[in-house]
Design a binder for this molecule. Structure first.
Ligand code: IPD
Ligand code: CA
Ligand code: CA
Ligand code: CA
Length: 261
């Protein structure tokens, strides 16, 4: 486990890195995108996803040479079989690739550090709004240099919530009943952007089936603000695999778990 002095240095360098990756992203947006299909027509990767991950891996290897680095776009399967001892940096080089391709808006760059499995540092860069959301466990959560206030602990029927569209259609965990119980439903198409809305208190909760890099950073920031990050049926998150995650106020969680239990 790194000491506070080492973590402070990691935090400073990681923030600098996120701004550099944002600069690279904006620059590459002015050139033609190279778009590849992964598992299906809705599952895309662009040259920007790949170049961002490459830059992040290269810099992280300088910042923390003995750490394990896990990223969405580079051969992750074997990495996820490993345990979480030591330092693990988790990269999502563009979160919301479909938004990035179709809208050139509403996407994020995310990075987290887990130390011996403990969520420790988290960063979500809202690229087009030019804001970096970040937290260091037990040291506060910030947007740029401004400390974020803890969101009001509102109930489901008083809150707007976000649910992934595919999950809502499948209705595996009674998502349609959850949606009907809320004040209103919103969908943004990027876990990072949706979690930012929960951090700011604009949404009372967000749920989606997420891979480790979709939730790793948001979890650090959300927990620092007293928000709950668990599965939609009240189980702890398994950091090494996919989970149907709920990020929400305590009261929204209680209301949702009444529905999913
Ligand atoms: C996706 C987005 C999307 C969420 C998917 C993620 P990607 O991330 O966050 O909102 O619903 O589950 O995979 O693939 O664009 O990084
Ligand atoms: Ca993807
Ligand atoms: Ca993602
Ligand atoms: Ca991604």
């Amino acid at each position: 486990m790194p000491n506070n002095k080492e973590l402070k240095e990691f935090d400073r360098k990681a923030q600098k890195l996120l701004w550099a990756v944002r600069d690279q992203t904006i620059e590459l947006m002015n050139t033609p995108l190279v778009i590849d299909i992964k598992s299906s027509a809705n599952d895309l990767v662009t040259n920007v996803d790949q170049q961002n991950e490459r830059l992040m891996r290269r810099k992280l290897m300088e910042i923390d040479p003995s750490a394990r680095i896990v990223g969405e776009e580079e051969s992750f399967q074997h990495q996820l079989d490993q345990d979480l001892s030591g330092n693990t940096w988790i990269i999502d080089p563009i979160d919301g690739t479909l938004n990035f391709v179709k809208q050139r808006d509403h996407f994020a760059i995310m990075l987290a550090l887990y130390c011996d499995g403990q969520p420790t540092l988290g960063y979500i860069m809202d690229v087009m709004n030019k804001h970096l959301y970040h937290a260091w466990r037990e040291h506060g959560a910030y947007v740029d240099d401004k400390q974020l206030a803890k969101p009001v602990d509102a109930h489901l029927n008083e809150s707007l919530i976000a649910i992934n569209g595919w999950q809502l259609m499948k209705n595996n965990f009674h998502q349609q009943e959850i949606a009907r119980g809320a004040a209103g439903l919103r969908m943004y198409g990027s876990a990072g952007i949706e979690i930012i809305h929960v951090l700011k208190g604009q949404l009372g909760g967000y749920t989606s089936r997420l891979k480790p890099w979709d939730i790793a950073a948001g979890r650090v920031i959300a927990e620092e603000l007293g928000l709950i990050v668990k599965t939609i049926d009240d189980q702890p998150i398994n950091v090494l695999s996919s989970n149907t995650v709920l990020v929400a106020t305590k009261k929204v969680c209680q209301d949702v778990w009444q529905i999913t239990k």
